[in-house]
Write a protein that binds this ligand. Sequence first.
Ligand SMILES: [Zn+2]
Length: 90
Amino acid sequence: MLVLKVKELEVQMASREKKYIKQPDGSYKCRKCSSTIQSISVAHPIWNGPFAMSGSGRVFNESKPYCPKCEEKPSDRGSPVAPKGSYHNP
Ligand SMILES: [Zn+2]
């Protein structure tokens, strides 16, 4: 299973600016088909424990945008995130 490092999640979030065009009202439009971008709340479990797949049970909620026309609706269960110093991100 893919475990994201905090940095990788930040890069993912930053790269959205290239796929979507920000509108003056703060919403986004798809660069390809001009649809208004929808967003879904995705929960990433935080694996910050010293063992594989261990964590405090905390969750990082991300508001994930997607184009309703040319992208599939993302799952509301996100990839686990491993902060620096944990088992998956030593
Ligand atoms: Zn689109």
